[in-house]
Ligand binder design. Sequence first.
Ligand SMILES: [Zn+2]
Length: 288
Amino acid sequence: MSDNDRLYRFLIENSHVRGELVHLNATWQAVLERADYPDTVKNMLGEALAACALLAATIKFSGSLILQIRGDGPLHLLVVQTTSEGSMRAIARWNGQVPEQGLHDIFGQGQMVITIEPIDGEPYQGIIALEGEHLKDALEAYFTQSEQLNTRLWLAADNKSCGGFLLQELPNNKDDDFSWEHFNHLADTLRDEEILQLPAQDILHRLFHEEDIRLFDPEPMCFRCSCSKERISSMLLSLGSDEVHDILEEQGKIKVDCEFCNAHYEFDRIDVDALFAPTIGSSTATKH
Ligand SMILES: [Zn+2]
């Protein structure tokens, strides 16, 4: 299992098709440790985690990419975030019994929101209605709509790992539909167990042994939460002194739990007073 928590990119030489493979193991276990998800939710979250890694690898950006699904059904919120450095986090929120299949039965009336937050620059958001039978259907529709590139995904998740495979047709002037269709047919033979268990080289050999494949060095993926006391402090600052002091009066302390990693942050009166104290000579104030 040398492919744990790695993302691979590849090119099919002499064609206009590129692809990616991802296999997440420890990253997925770290997500599962933080909540007791029912099977359907677990499956959907695992597929979304793999999809988010694949999606981020198709675009050049520096910052974070958030895949969010909101609906009015039993599984009403699913959020997966990945950074351009390969750190990931994910959560889902559900109520009661979640049906085993059918995107619409699971999420109800929903939408998928994909947000790219560059380190420098304005965030970009793409929103599409949640349609189709599987998560991959909605994602493929997103690609067609926003990137205008033919893209296909194959996703799988179980209790141990989650993974995905992606093919994308690059813009080209030639009528290259034949190879695109051909490679799709081959990839359609991929089984979930293969996505979850086979090393990247074996999958590529199994599917495309007649082709010349350029496989790039893998990129490591890991679970890491971007929460910190500084981030919570700036969130409290944005609420304003009055509101924060009201909570303090009511509860004695400000307690914030990170929903992604369960980290617990506490602010007592001294912390809050320090936070809202006027800074003297702000130009020399130290920055964390
Ligand atoms: Zn956190």
